[in-house]
Design a protein around this ligand. Structure first.
Ligand code: SIN
Length: 299
């Protein structure tokens, strides 16, 4: 007999560490923290090392009241490593690595950019390690972003399920996401070039359970947007497993949700969380700018 599915418990650990240069204020039990006490334009190396530690620990961090130009946004992103490649945009004028994420007040869409649970550009051979998003204009309600902690989701699986998943490789491709957008809107969010589209459709095979290169934590590398198959399995075999894992990861208990304000800078560790933009602010403008940092080959 199948048991009732109850709220998971016993593995929440989003406590704030004690730092010398920054203060971390946890956002939710699962993940996320506000970082206080710093201007990201003038972080010392010691303070930056603490911010890095906070990101690996909380998975998503945010700073309020950061008045950033595109050049300053770029400069802060580059402290984490070289820019990643973006499949969808060519950036803003003079800043090709600063990607606009803008929805105008009069735009109505069923397929919002980022509007399904995903990890950024998982179809790349080296998906981004860290993504940053900076807010300029925010609707009076709605437009929140939610994140899900895929380390916590992995830790809350049974040892038997963890052992079964350990050798599997997931096929990440943009093909199903593209087809969904086409069905909903008549056209999909365009790729920056045909070459990027082919690369994104072919996709990559990655470990379904990946290990964080700094913390050593294991995380599920599965989402409902790009995970389209499992190496060596038929689609009939892979689909129910991917559907279960996608639903498992995004349950309420493993998530946090941010109410944006203008001038916020958010960073997330793209290796160990999923995120989701809300499509619930028709009639209002939302303007943000994103950068991504080149990641390693997932292992
Ligand atoms: C994204 O998926 O990177 C965009 C998230 C958002 O607009 O909140």
């Amino acid at each position: 007999m199948q048991e009732v599915r109850v709220t998971p418990s016993g593995a929440f650990d989003n406590h704030a560490r004690s730092y010398r240069h920054i203060v971390a204020r946890p956002l939710a039990a699962a993940m996320g923290a506000e970082i206080q006490g710093v201007d990201v334009r003038s972080l010392s190396d010691e303070a930056f090392a603490e911010v890095q530690d906070a990101l690996w620990h909380h998975k998503m961090i945010y700073f309020r009241d950061q008045p950033l130009s595109h050049a300053e946004h770029e400069a802060f992103s580059l402290r984490w490593g070289p820019f990643g490649t973006d499949a969808y945009t060519a950036g803003v004028p003079d800043h090709p690595d600063v990607q606009p994420v803008i929805k105008e007040a009069d735009k109505r869409t069923k397929a919002l950019f980022g509007g399904s649970w995903h990890t950024d550009s998982a179809f790349l051979a080296r998906p981004p390690s860290v993504s940053t998003l900076y807010s300029v204009e925010i609707p009076p309600y709605g437009g929140d972003t939610a994140w899900a902690n895929t380390v916590l989701a992995y830790n809350m699986l049974s040892p038997t399920m963890q052992a079964m998943l350990a050798p599997l490789r997931v096929h990440m491709s943009a093909q199903v996401n593209f087809a969904t957008q086409q069905r909903l809107e008549g056209k999909a969010i365009p790729f920056a070039s045909d070459e990027k589209k082919t690369q994104a459709f072919d996709g990559s095979f990655h470990p379904l359970v990946r290990t964080h290169p700094h913390s050593g934590e294991k995380a599920l590398f599965v989402d409902e947007s790009y995970a389209v198959g499992i190496e060596g399995m038929t689609s009939a075999e892979a689909a129910p497993l991917l559907a279960f894992l996608s639903a498992h990861i995004i349950q309420h208990a493993f998530t946090c949700r941010l109410r944006w304000e203008p001038g916020m800078l958010v960073l997330w560790d793209n290796r160990i969380c999923l995120h989701h933009a809300s499509n619930d602010y028709d009639g209002y403008r939302r303007e943000l700018y994103r950068t991504t940092v080149q990641g390693e080959t997932p292992a």
